[in-house]
Design a protein around this ligand. Structure first.
Ligand code: MN3
Length: 213
């Protein structure tokens, strides 16, 4: 089955004023759609046409060499954006605030506190040169939370050799200019500061539970 563009779980203007409707429209309906279309183009008629997007990006090494680049970029873009929409929510649907329960405790253990976590995560996003993502991941071996960043549409699921970091992503923030330029222009740090107002910690906690299995 071809990969499909998911519907946003809220209206295009639901994340305003932190993320404007026009940015959400172009980002979800044009940018994300292009990743889906181009990933489908790359896998159409191949033996891996039925793989899920997650399988495609975790098993890049099993693909023929000429498919690896297009799948890395486009299935990567599809996985990253599919998560991005779900880890955000308007305030009346759980956006913003602070993580509680086990997730809150693990953040305290790994980073010293929520404020320290936000500082480190924003530094990963601001420090990513060019385009890419900042991530909060679950390290299965060390059994702890970690922050990292990847270039372009790489995802920690691709593994350290490809993405530069590994782990199960629980929360991802898109720091490509297309994610913020209309509203924030060159002010990536301001976008990252505002982004906490829309983070859906309930979904991140669900992602943690799934990652821990
Ligand atoms: Mn994007």
């Amino acid at each position: 089955m071809p990969l499909t563009l998911p519907n946003l779980p809220y209206a295009l203007n639901a994340l305003e004023p932190h993320i404007d409707a026009k940015t959400m429209e172009i980002h979800s309906q044009k940018h994300h759609k292009a990743y889906v279309d181009n990933a489908n183009k790359a896998i159409d008629g191949t033996p891996f046409a039925n793989w899920t997007a997650e399988e495609l990006i975790t098993k890049l090494a099993e693909l023929p060499e000429d498919k690896r680049g297009p799948v890395r970029n486009n299935a990567g873009g599809h996985v990253n954006h599919s998560m991005f929409w779900t880890v955000m929510a308007p305030h009346n649907a759980g956006g913003g605030g602070e993580p509680t329960g086990e997730l809150g405790d693990l953040i305290k253990t790994a980073f010293g506190g929520f404020v320290e976590f936000k500082t480190a995560f924003a530094a990963a996003g601001v420090g990513r040169f060019g385009s890419g993502w900042a991530w909060l991941c679950w390290n299965k071996d060390a059994k702890k939370l970690e922050i990292c960043s990847t270039a372009n549409q790489d995802n920690p699921l691709m593994g350290k050799a490809i993405a530069g970091c590994a782990g199960v992503p629980l929360l991802g923030c898109d720091v490509w200019e297309h994610a913020y330029y209309l509203n924030y222009q060159n002010r990536r740090a301001d976008y990252l500061a505002a982004w906490w107002n829309v983070v859906n910690w309930g979904q991140v906690a669900k992602n943690l539970a799934a990652a821990k299995g």
